[in-house]
Design a protein around this ligand. Structure first.
Ligand SMILES: Cc1cc2nc3c(=O)[nH]c(=O)nc-3n(C[C@H](O)[C@H](O)[C@H](O)COP(=O)(O)O)c2cc1C
Length: 219
């Protein structure tokens, strides 16, 4: 099949998000100037650069009550946020933290999670999360929207601190099958990482690739 702006897909639900899948989930903790905490998942999310480590996510649709999502409003006020990662054990809490609740409701409490001090920023991370990226706000790009009631945004963050649960590190590498991050598919579907395969590049091994990266960094 083919569809575009002029030709409808004719399916019961838009297939777009099921096609661009799986998407990692940024489980973003943020804080307003008064110190009220906020936590919400975002699956329009990815890493964009490694040096400096840079991420982007998209707090898009307005809340049912109108206005920007609390996450975006907080980040613009305070200039910092944490991208926490959700594993299999935390899937229910992550889902619960997406509830549309007023700005003064702390989703850490709502989902039974523990805020823990960050190292380089004031916004706390989720203690239960296996991985967390402390970020400073770089900038927001307003994206086009086909619906005047919906705003689309890309928020860029620079990673200024990385937390990894010690038990995930085996022989100097992240053991993905211990990590088991949860990722978003389309509809109300998710997947969990439960298999890994390896392919060397046609012209370089992992050792070659890392050696080149280190020598570029040293220049
Ligand atoms: C797994 C998952 C992924 C989500 N991804 C996004 C997303 O990429 N962009 C978005 O605007 N909302 C997304 N949402 C919805 C937000 O989490 C939800 O609107 C939340 O209430 C926003 O909270 P806030 O107003 O406290 O920022 C997602 C929800 C779930 C459960």
């Amino acid at each position: 099949m083919f569809y575009d702006d002029k030709k409808a897909h004719g399916l019961k639900f838009s297939p777009f998000k099921a096609l661009v899948a799986p998407r990692p989930i940024a489980w973003v903790s943020s804080m307003d100037v008064a110190g009220t905490l906020n936590l919400a998942p975002f699956s329009f999310f990815n890493a964009m650069a490694e040096s400096p480590p840079t991420i982007v996510f998209a707090p898009n649709n307005p809340r049912p009550s109108g206005g920007s999502k609390d996450t975006l409003a907080n980040i613009e006020q305070v200039g910092e946020f944490v991208v926490n990662f959700c594993n299999w054990n935390l899937r229910e809490q992550m889902n619960q933290s997406s509830a549309h609740v007023p700005p003064d409701v702390d989703e850490f409490k709502l989902a039974g999670l523990t805020p823990m001090d960050s190292v380089n920023i004031r916004v706390p991370r989720v203690r239960e999360a296996p991985v967390a990226l402390e970020c400073t706000f770089m900038f927001r790009v307003r994206l086009p929207s086909n619906n005047p009631k919906i705003e689309n945004n890309a928020v860029f963050g620079r990673v200024v601190g990385v937390h990894i649960a010690d038990e995930l590190i085996v022989d100097g590498r992240i053991d993905m099958l211990k990590y088991r991050p949860v990722a978003r598919l389309g509809y109300m579907d998710y997947t969990v990482l439960d298999n890994v395969f390896t392919m060397d590049r046609p012209d370089e091994s992992l050792e070659d690739y890392e050696a080149k990266r280190r020598s570029r960094a040293a220049e």
